[in-house]
Design a protein around this ligand. Structure first.
Ligand code: HGY
Ligand code: MN
Ligand code: MN
Length: 414
């Protein structure tokens, strides 16, 4: 059985984890930013070092192949894909996405180095903008569902930049981006290694999570529009204060989630007041919302509840409002056969494993719409993620990498 080079995997995770490091100790590699571009160049260098071939598709996904392995396999057959992302949330951790991206590269390097003759070719992928600076799970969505040119032109990032401007400045071509959908049947099967980003595996003393499905999610921006006034001379009962209305909306989020189900979650991570003066009653408040539930009905119910609550608050405060929601990303059940192969791989390595549902969104939920797809989780220390404290034990990193390699080989030869 082929083994990963765990030391190399660990070293690569360590060096990628130094790119985009913030004073807080967290990582800031927002997609298509200078830090993300530096990380992508680092990744290209690792591929070149290993003698692997790299292409970048129309939306910026990086696709890696081994000329040696392709020579030995039937390169005309659809490929087994594995990968994740290397962009991060604004102050994120060193394992979210990076683990699955580097481990997939390590698997392809080992297949390449050992000249494994597999029945199917293997590709490792780095998906662009998984963290949704422009749209949730952007890169994998663009190759599975696609974005029209007008949709791409309407996209803006967290910092208010237009996607087309940032993307073209980073060397992207919008015409290619609008035509990035994969030809049907390109992917034979897909498997992604990822940290759990929750507490279950650690609390239950489990090594490997065999992911059964991924949560559905939606999001966007709710804008409440009032009137700017002097903070000192305007009586409280004469205001159209968008800030106070935004506060009422934020305070109602727990109740909105509980009103849908125990597993529903709603988050607002960015609130912007306009004009943003401490002594000015805000005329507008832009409130981002991210909402999730394991079922499509639950996601739809959250969206309707947020709209209804916004309408009620706007009426109560005498304000106008706008709501701009992205198209929701459907929940994805993962493939039964791939799950069994992951479970058998974990068992084969003497690792404790359980089925587990993902409350985090992943590129795999888009890829699952075009190919049989599975995911492998490893424990997160204290269940923390999307923060500088995000951490995973090196033994778990090595276990995850090995189970990923065993799974890829099994998928390629099944
Ligand atoms: O938001 C998520 O669940 C993922 O990290 N993009
Ligand atoms: Mn993430
Ligand atoms: Mn992730």
């Amino acid at each position: 059985m082929t083994s990963i080079n765990a030391e190399r995997l660990k070293a690569d995770l360590g060096s990628l984890g130094n790119i985009g490091r913030r004073p807080s100790g967290g990582l800031g590699r927002t997609s298509f930013s200078a830090e993300d571009t530096e990380a992508r160049q680092w990744y290209f260098d690792r591929c070149a070092e290993a003698g692997l071939d790299v292409t970048v598709d129309g939306i910026g996904n990086i696709i890696v192949s081994s000329p040696v392995a392709d020579e030995l396999s039937d390169a005309r057959r659809p490929a087994v894909w594995s990968g994740s992302h290397i962009d991060t949330v604004p102050d994120g951790g060193a394992f979210d996405g990076a683990l699955g991206s580097i481990a997939a590269l390590e698997c392809l390097r080992r297949i390449h180095e050992d000249r494994l003759a597999l029945d199917r070719p293997v590709r490792c992928i780095v998906y662009a903008d998984e963290e949704g600076n422009y749209a949730h799970l952007f890169g994998s969505r663009a190759i599975s569902r696609g974005f029209s040119r007008s949709e791409l032109e309407a996209l803006t990032g967290r910092d208010g930049d237009r996607f087309v401007d940032t993307f073209t400045a980073a060397g992207g071509d919008i015409d290619r981006a609008a035509n990035a959908v994969l030809p049907e049947g390109t992917i034979d099967a897909s498997v992604e290694l990822h940290i759990e980003q929750g507490p279950v595996l650690e609390v239950e003393g489990i090594d490997i999570g065999v992911v059964t499905g991924i949560v559905g999610l939606g999001g966007g921006t709710i804008t409440l529009r009032g009137r700017s006034d002097h903070a000192g001379t305007t009586p409280m009962n004469a205001r159209k204060d968008a800030g106070v209305a935004a506060g009422a909306l934020l305070a109602s989020l727990p109740c909105i989630a509980a009103g849908v189900s125990e597993r529903a979650v709603v988050t607002s991570g960015i609130v912007t007041f306009v004009p943003g003066g401490a002594n000015v009653v805000p005329e507008a408040a832009h409130v981002t919302v991210d909402f999730r539930e394991p079922t499509a009905e639950g996601v739809a119910a959250l969206e309707s509840a947020l709209i209804a609550r916004t309408k009620a608050i706007a009426a109560e405060h005498g304000l106008d409002f706008d709501i701009e929601f992205e198209e929701t990303v459907p929940p994805a059940p993962l493939d039964g056969e791939v799950q069994s192969i992951v479970a058998a791989a974990a068992k084969g390595r003497g690792l404790r494993h359980i089925p587990i549902h993902s409350g985090a969104g992943h590129d795999s939920q888009n890829i699952a719409t075009v190919a049989p797809t599975g995911m492998i989780f490893v424990p997160s220390i204290d269940g923390r993620s999307h923060c500088p404290e995000e951490d995973t034990k090196w033994d778990d990193v090595a276990n995850g990498g090995q189970v990923l390699l065993d799974t890829i080989i099994k998928l390629a030869n099944r």
